[in-house]
Unconditional design. Structure first.
Length: 209
């Protein structure tokens, strides 16, 4: 069975000890691990390996930590901040990976030519409903009308946590600068009717039509 140390929050145990002290931090982490294992035991992966990957590596770890914090009497705002601190670390790792593309010649072209295939593969219809609006030489724009992160945070009675996952997009995609700029208007988690994703071509790279 997968452990928290094998997820995007691999550093959580050490951070809990640093944040709460050795004894309390260890207990906090152990509680988060217990909740995480309960999530795994009861998970519905919709017969999809990609969904399983999202839940095991990204969604459940932050959710388990949040539930552990709230279970120890930490109020909602503080608990959200603790979780943000952890997930932002993971997002910054992804940002560094994105930076490799952001610094490449013809980065926008490369991203544009592969983006639809990437979305189909990594955000399948069983968990997300994607509407493509634009994918041209200046802008890539799609909307998500369904998102499994939003659905499951509601299912587990903590919809307020969804905004944490949304913020991670802003951090990760900022790595695409200076060639590609990411913007959004809102997300399902922040009360918007859908999550919009806009990627704009920046700079003077030639663009293959």
């Amino acid at each position: 069975m997968m452990k928290l140390s094998e997820t995007t929050l691999s550093f959580l145990e050490m951070d809990c000890i640093q944040q709460f002290g050795k004894e309390k931090g260890k207990l906090m982490f152990e509680q988060a691990e217990k909740i995480y294992q309960e999530f795994l035991d009861n998970a519905d992966y919709l017969n999809n390996a990609v969904i399983q990957n999202h839940l095991q590596l990204k969604l459940f770890p932050a959710l388990a930590y949040y539930k552990a914090l709230r279970g120890k009497g930490i109020n909602q705002n503080e608990a959200l901040e603790y979780v943000k601190n952890e997930t932002h670390k993971a997002a910054n790792v992804q940002k560094k990976e994105m930076k490799k593309l952001g610094n490449m010649p013809f980065a926008y072209t490369i991203y544009r030519l592969g983006v639809k295939k990437h979305i189909r593969k990594n955000f399948p219809d069983s968990g997300w409903k994607t509407e493509w609006v634009k994918c041209n030489g200046k802008e890539m724009h799609f909307n998500l009308h369904k998102c499994i992160y939003w659905e499951l945070t509601k299912k587990y009675h903590c919809p307020e946590l969804c905004c944490v996952y949304c913020e991670n997009d802003d951090i990760s995609f900022s790595g695409l600068l200076p060639k590609i700029r990411f913007e959004r208007t809102g997300t399902l988690g922040t009360g918007f009717p859908y999550c919009d994703f806009h990627f704009f071509k920046q700079g003077k790279d030639n663009e293959f039509k």
